[in-house]
Design a binder for this molecule. Structure first.
Ligand SMILES: Cc1cc2nc3c(=O)[nH]c(=O)nc-3n(C[C@H](O)[C@H](O)[C@H](O)COP(=O)(O)O)c2cc1C
Length: 160
């Protein structure tokens, strides 16, 4: 069977996505990147599913520590999301633009966002150019509820 690549691209781009900043920490090193391939996977226990580029700096950090934090952005934080996908001077350099504190699992949680959930990886699938991590939400910090940023509002595309 031959896959219709054009149809595949159009159809997969229709999957709606939120836009998050995933933060990670390995010892003294912290990093963060913009992530849209994120969804909830279970109520009990509370699970999230996230696909992470295998060639990114954060990928190895998640594999080594089995932890990550998903920071939920406000609908007016497109600029912050842009900082976290652009190249940075050095690992963790993107954090110069925004304040953070460490959460209960020791992961950076951005301060000027809706909030963040710290997650413990329970399983992963390494296949293709992204690794799919399934993780349990172990801590949740809500700064201030509000409307969250979603991919369709930005005009950006990640998918297909
Ligand atoms: C709109 C948008 C959505 C993105 N979503 C993801 C994603 O879900 N997973 C991922 O690994 N990278 C995603 N990226 C790419 C990363 O943000 C980007 O490659 C980043 O530089 C990776 O940082 P790192 O190498 O420091 O980990 C996205 C980029 C954009 C522009």
């Amino acid at each position: 069977m031959e896959l219709n690549l054009e149809a595949k691209k159009i159809l997969l781009k229709k999957i709606p996505h939120g836009l998050f900043i995933c933060t990670v920490r390995d010892g003294d090193e912290i990093n963060g990147f913009t992530a849209s391939w994120v969804t909830q996977g279970s109520f009990t226990p509370p699970l999230v599913v996230m696909a992470v580029r295998a060639d990114g700096s954060s990928h190895g950090m998640i594999k080594r520590t089995n932890k990550f934090c998903l920071n939920v952005l406000r609908s007016d934080q497109k600029e912050l999301a842009a900082i976290f996908f652009k190249p940075q001077k050095g690992l963790g350099g993107r954090f110069e633009s925004t304040a953070y504190k460490y959460g209960e699992l020791g992961l950076p949680i951005l301060e000027d966002v809706i909030g963040g959930v710290e997650c413990q990886v329970i399983n992963s699938i390494e296949h293709g150019d992204h690794t799919v991590f399934v993780a349990e939400v172990l801590s949740a910090l809500l700064h201030k509820d509000g409307e969250s940023l979603n991919l369709s509002s930005t005009g950006w595309s990640y998918g297909g």
